[in-house]
Design a protein around this ligand. Structure first.
Ligand code: PEP
Ligand code: MG
Length: 934
C-alpha cells in the first residue's frame, strides 16, 4: 500500500523514499513539511503534525478523489497526534484542534489555502470554554473557523463575512477586533453560521472529521487556483509538482496576554542587515500579523513582554540560520508562555539584501565565497543597478511642499507612476494603456498580486514590513512603501489625502521604497553608483578571482588570459572610465566611426569622402588626424595598463552623408522657387550620394572592403592610434593597443591591408623613438571567416566575434528588421526558443565560434579570442563563451558587473573534474609556425 501520509517523526522514511536527496524530500512533503520535519529532528519545539504528500495531491488531481488508503492513513496519524498531545479530536472535554496548510516544494506565499481551528463545533466550543476558562478565545476561534471554512472550502465571498462584522463594530463604536467581548464573538459566530447557511444551503458541519476531509481536499484543489497558476507561470515553477498538506496541532496565540504570535526574518530582508526583523502581536492568532489589519509591534519589544519566550526564540532562530546557512523566515506562536515554532524557510529578500547576506555569510564563515557568488543571480545585480531618486531632486521636492507621507521602506528602489486604487484597474492601465502605475491600497491580499506585478510601485496605509504587500513587493523587486498611516484612502471617491493634500486616481506620485517617503508629482531618477555598493564590489572581486583560478578552466599554453575576463565596449574616455570603475579589464571594441559623427568633424569627413583625388582626400584626413589622436590618447590614458581594441572604420560611407531623400526635396524646392545660390553644390552632392547607393549596404562596401578600396582612411587611423600610444607611453601610461580589422571574409583581405598598416605602426614608433607591444587582429563576423579560421589566424593575432553581424549572416536575418517583422512570431510559434540577437544560438552561430577558436589556435596557440557583439553582456551567451575558451567577453559598461558575475557562474558550473589535466591534448597539436610581425 502506498504511503501517502508521513508523521512528524518520520523524516528518515521520507529521506529513504527520496533516495537521500533533501531536494527530493522537499518535492515529496513540500518545503514547509520538510522544514517542520527537520526542525522536529533538531529538537526545536514544533507542534505534532503529519503531512499528506505531493504525490497524494497529484493522485487526487488525476482521480478527483483521495487515492485509496489515504484517508485511513490520515485518521491513523491523527490518533498518533492525539496520543502525543493527550487531547482528542472532536472531544468537547479535551479537544484537539488542527490547522490544515498547503506547502509546495517551492514557497508560494499566500497563493494557496490555509484553514485553522479545524475540529471546533458547537459542542466542542462549549467544551473549550470550560477547558480554558476563556470564552472570548473560544468564540473568536470558532468564528474564524466558520469564516475560513466558508471562504476557502465552500468558496463564499470574503465580503459576506466581513460586512456584518464591520457593521457590528460600527454599531458598537469599536475600532479594533480587540474591543470585541466574548459575547460579541459569540454573537458574530451565530451570524457567520447564518451567512454560511445562506450562501451554501447547508449548516456549518458539526462533524470534525468532515471538516478535516473537506479542508484537506480544498488545499489540494487550491494548487490549481487561478492565482497559484499565475504565480507559477511568473516564477517558472512547474505545474506538475503538486502541493503537500500539513495537518498540525493548533497552538493558540489568542489565549490572553501571555500568548502571542509573530513572523520574523533572522536578518533584515530589505537591507540585509544582520539584525532580526519581525513583528508580533499579543493575544492574536496566525494570520493577524501578516494580514495587516492590526499594526503589530517590532519583535525586539517582545523581550519586555515575554522575556523567557523571547530568549528561547532568539536561540532557536540563530541555530536554524546556522543549520540552513541562509536567512530564515519563521513563524511562531506563544501559547501561555510556551514557544512553538510553526515554520521556517529560506527568506525571500530584496536584491540589495541578497548581496549583503551572501557576502556577510561568507565573511562570517557560514558559507564559502563560491557559495556566495553562486547565490547572487545576474538578475539581482541588474536590479541593483536600477534607478533611484536623485538626492537633490528629493530635497527640492520637500522644499517645494511635495512631501506627502512616510511609511515603512518595505522594498527598495524608486517608482514614479499614476495612482490607482484597485488591482484590476492598475493592471488594466499598465497593460492596455501602457501607463506607469502605482497601486495604492489600505493593505493588500493575495488577490491583489496581479496589480502589484503590473505596478511600478506599491503604497499601503496599513501593515508592517512583513505584511503581504511588503513580502510580495520585495519578491518581485517592486519598490514599495507600507504602513504610511497618515494617508487616508477613500476607495469610493477614488482618492487619498493627507491633511489638505488630495491625490485623485490617475494623478502622479513618486514612491521611494528605499527611504519610505512618498511625494506628490514626479521626481527625477538617477542610476545608482556601483562604488557605493561595497558588498557588491566585494562579491564581484570574488567572482573575478574565481574566473582567474587555475583549477577553473583548461587553458592552452600561452593563452593571454587564464579565465574568462570581462572587457567593455567603449568609444569615449568617459565610457572607458565608467567601464573601468565597473571592473572591466580591457576595451574590447572602440567603434571609431562614432567619433566621425561629431558636428565639428562631419563636414571634414564628408569632404574626405567626396574628394576626387587621393591628394584632396589626404588633406581632409590630415585635418581629422589630430582629432582621432586625441580620442585615442584619452582612451589609452583611461585604460592605463589594459588592452584597448580599436576597430578601424566599419560602416558604408553613405552613413556619413546627408539623407538622400531630404536632399532631393531641398533641390526640388530650390528649383521650383528659382533659387540658384548653392543649388549647383547641392546637385553635385546629390549625384555623389546617388553614386554611393547600394541595394544591400550591410553586405556592401564596408569594413575591410572599404579599407582596401580607400586605404587612406585606415592609414590615418592607424597613424593616430600609434602616435597617441607613443605620446602616452612617453607620459608613463602603459599602452596595449590592438588594431581590429572588421568584416573579414578571407585571409587574403588581411594579407592585403595588414602589412601596410603594420608598416605605419613601425614607422611611427621609429619616428617617436619608442616601442610598445601591440597586436593586429580581426573581427569574425562572416561565416566564411569562421570556417577558414585556421588560415585567417596566420595573419590575425586576435579574433573578436562580432556576433551581431555573425548572427545576421549565419541566419540570413536582417539585424535591423527581423525583430520588427517576424522574430516575435517565430518565438511565439516556438520556431526559435530565444531571440538569437540577444542570446547566442549555440547550435549554429555558437558552433561556428567554437570551430573558429579550435582552428585558429591550431595555427596560433596563443590566439586571443573575445566577443564584442551585444551577446557579450548576456549571461547565457557568456556561459557559452566560457565553454568554448574565449579569453574575454566585451559588453556595454553598464552590463560589466552582470557579466563578471555570469562569468564566475560559468566557471563554477563547468569547472573541470578533479584529475583532469590542465593541458588538453587537442591544444597540444597547435605547434605551428606563426606569422611574424613584419
Ligand atoms: C558585431 O557585428 O557584432 C559588432 C560588434 O559590430 P557592429 O555591431 O558595429 O556591426
Ligand atoms: Mg559588425
Amino acid at each position: 500500500m502506498t504511503k501517502w501520509i508521513y508523521l512528524f517523526n518520520e523524516v528518515k522514511e521520507v529521506e529513504k523514499l527520496a533516495g537521500g536527496s533533501w531536494d527530493d524530500v522537499k518535492g515529496i512533503v513540500g518545503g514547509k513539511g520538510a522544514g517542520l520535519l527537520d526542525m522536529t529532528r533538531a529538537g526545536v519545539p514544533v507542534p505534532p503534525f503529519f503531512t499528506a504528500t505531493t504525490l497524494a495531491c497529484n493522485a487526487y488531481q488525476k482521480a478527483g478523489k483521495f487515492p485509496a488508503g489515504m484517508w485511513e492513513q490520515e485518521l491513523k496519524a491523527l490518533k498518533v497526534i492525539e496520543k502525543k498531545t493527550g487531547k482528542k479530536f472532536g472531544d468537547p472535554k479535551n479537544p484537539l484542534l488542527v490547522s490544515c496548510r498547503s506547502g509546495a516544494k517551492f514557497s508560494m506565499p499566500g497563493m494557496m489555502n490555509t484553514i485553522l481551528n479545524i475540529g471546533l463545533t458547537d459542542a466542542v466550543t462549549e467544551g473549550l470554554i470550560k477547558a480554558t476558562n476563556n470564552a472570548r478565545f473560544a468564540w473568536d476561534s470558532y468564528r474564524r473557523l466558520v469564516e475560513m471554512f466558508g471562504t476557502v472550502v465552500m468558496d463564499v465571498d470574503d465580503e459576506a463575512f466581513e460586512h456584518p462584522l464591520a457593521e457590528f463594530k460600527k454599531e458598537k463604536g469599536y475600532n479594533l477586533d480587540l474591543d470585541m467581548t466574548a459575547e460579541d464573538w459569540q454573537f458574530i459566530t451565530g451570524t457567520y453560521k447564518q451567512v454560511y447557511k445562506q450562501q451554501t444551503g447547508e449548516d456549518f458541519p458539526q462533524d470534525p472529521y468532515k471538516q478535516l476531509k473537506l479542508a484537506t481536499e480544498a488545499v489540494f484543489k487550491s494548487w490549481n487556483a487561478k492565482r497559484a497558476t499565475a504565480y507559477r507561470n511568473k516564477e517558472g515553477i512547474s505545474h506538475t509538482l503538486g502541493t503537500a498538506v500539513n495537518i498540525c496541532t493548533m497552538v493558540f496565540g489568542n489565549m490572553g496576554d501571555d500568548s502571542g504570535t509573530g513572523v520574523a526574518f533572522t536578518r533584515n530582508p530589505s537591507t540585509g542587515d544582520h539584525k532580526m526583523m519581525g513583528d508580533y502581536l499579543l493575544n492574536a492568532q496566525g494570520e493577524d500579523v501578516v494580514a495587516g489589519i492590526r499594526t503589530p509591534d517590532a519583535i525586539e519589544n517582545l523581550v519586555k513582554k515575554l522575556p523567557q519566550a523571547y530568549k528561547q526564540f532568539m536561540g532557536i532562530t540563530a541555530k536554524l540560520e546556522k543549520h540552513y546557512k541562509d536567512i530564515q523566515d519563521v513563524e511562531f506562536t506563544i501559547e501561555r508562555g510556551t514557544l512553538w515554532m510553526l515554520q521556517t524557510r529560506n527568506g525571500k529578500r530584496t536584491a540589495k539584501a541578497s548581496v549583503k547576506i551572501a557576502v556577510d555569510m561568507a565573511n562570517e564563515g557560514l558559507i564559502t565565497k563560491e557559495d556566495a557568488v553562486m547565490r547572487v543571480t545576474p538578475e539581482i545585480v541588474d536590479a541593483l543597478l536600477h534607478p533611484q531618486f536623485d538626492d537633490s531632486a528629493m530635497k527640492q521636492a520637500e522644499k517645494d511642499g511635495h512631501f506627502f507621507a512616510k511609511g515603512v521602506n518595505a522594498s527598495p528602489g524608486a517608482a514614479v507612476g499614476q495612482v490607482y486604487f484597485d488591482a484590476d484597474i492598475t493592471e488594466k492601465m499598465a497593460l492596455e494603456h501602457k501607463q506607469e502605475t502605482i497601486m495604492v491600497r489600505p493593505f493588500t491580499k493575495p488577490d491583489d498580486v496581479h496589480g502589484m506585478i503590473a505596478s511600478r510601485g506599491v503604497l499601503t496605509s496599513e501593515g508592517g514590513a512583513t505584511s503581504h504587500a511588503a513580502v510580495v513587493a520585495r519578491q518581485f523587486g517592486v519598490p514599495c512603501v507600507v504602513g504610511a498611516s497618515a494617508i487616508k484612502i477613500d476607495l469610493e471617491k477614488r482618492e487619498m489625502h493627507v491633511g489638505e493634500i488630495v491625490v485623485k486616481e490617475g494623478e502622479w506620485i513618486s514612491v521611494n521604497g528605499t527611504t519610505g517617503q512618498v511625494f506628490v508629482g514626479k521626481i527625477p531618477m538617477t542610476t545608482p553608483s556601483l562604488d557605493e555598493q561595497t558588498e557588491l564590489m566585494e562579491l564581484l572581486k570574488w567572482a573575478d578571482n574565481i574566473c582567474a583560478r587555475k583549477d577553473m578552466r583548461v587553458a592552452p599554453k600561452g593563452s593571454p588570459t587564464r579565465g574568462l575576463q570581462v572587457w567593455a565596449n567603449a568609444d569615449y574616455p568617459k565610457d572607458a572610465q565608467r567601464a573601468r570603475a565597473y571592473g572591466a579589464v580591457g576595451i574590447g571594441l572602440c567603434r571609431t566611426e562614432h567619433m566621425f559623427f561629431e558636428t565639428s568633424r562631419l563636414p571634414i569627413v564628408q569632404r574626405m569622402i567626396l574628394a576626387k583625388t587621393s591628394e584632396e582626400r589626404t588633406v581632409a584626413l590630415n585635418e581629422l588626424l589630430p582629432y582621432q589622436r586625441k580620442d585615442f590618447d584619452g582612451l589609452f590614458e583611461a585604460m592605463d595598463g589594459c588592452p584597448v581594441i580599436i576597430r578601424l572604420i566599419d560602416p558604408p560611407l553613405h552613413e556619413f552623408m546627408p539623407d538622400e531623400e531630404k536632399l532631393l526635396e531641398e533641390v526640388i524646392t530650390m528649383r521650383v522657387k528659382g533659387e540658384t545660390e548653392g543649388l549647383k553644390a547641392k546637385e553635385n552632392l546629390l549625384e555623389a550620394i546617388k553614386g554611393m547607393h547600394e541595394s544591400n549596404p550591410m553586405m556592401g562596401l564596408r569594413g575591410v572592403r572599404l579599407s582596401i578600396n580607400m586605404p587612406e582612411i585606415v592609414e590615418m587611423q592607424v597613424r593616430a592610434i600609434f602616435e597617441a600610444a607613443a605620446d602616452c607611453t612617453k607620459r608613463g601610461v602603459v599602452v596595449k593597443p590592438e588594431v581590429m580589422i572588421p568584416l573579414t571574409g578571407t585571409v587574403k583581405e588581411l594579407e592585403w591591408i595588414q602589412p601596410r598598416l603594420e608598416r605605419i605602426a613601425a614607422a611611427v614608433m621609429q619616428e617617436k623613438e619608442i616601442k610598445f607591444d601591440y597586436k593586429f587582429g580581426t573581427m569574425i563576423e562572416i561565416p566564411r571567416a569562421a570556417v577558414t579560421a585556421k588560415e585567417v589566424a596566420k595573419q590575425a593575432e586576435f579574433f573578436s566575434f562580432g556576433t551581431n553581424d555573425l548572427t545576421q549572416m549565419t541566419y540570413g536575418y536582417s539585424r535591423d528588421d527581423a525583430e520588427r517583422n517576424f522574430l516575435i512570431t517565430y518565438q511565439e510559434q516556438g520556431i526559435l526558443e530565444k531571440n538569437p540577437f540577444q542570446t547566442i544560438d549555440r547550435d549554429g552561430v555558437g558552433k561556428l565560434m567554437q570551430w573558429a577558436i579550435e582552428e585558429g589556435r591550431k595555427t596560433r596557440p596563443n590566439l586571443e579570442v573575445g566577443i564584442c557583439g551585444e551577446h557579450g553582456g548576456d549571461p547565457d551567451s557568456i556561459e557559452w563563451c566560457h565553454i568554448i575558451g574565449n579569453n574575454y567577453v566585451s559588453c556595454s559598461p553598464f552590463r560589466v558587473p552582470i557579466a563578471r558575475l555570469a562569468a564566475a557562474h560559468a566557471a563554477l558550473k563547468h569547472r573541470p573534474q578533479k584529475g583532469l589535466k590542465v593541458q588538453s591534448s587537442k591544444l597540444k597539436v597547435a605547434k605551428k609556425k606563426v606569422a611574424k610581425k613584419k
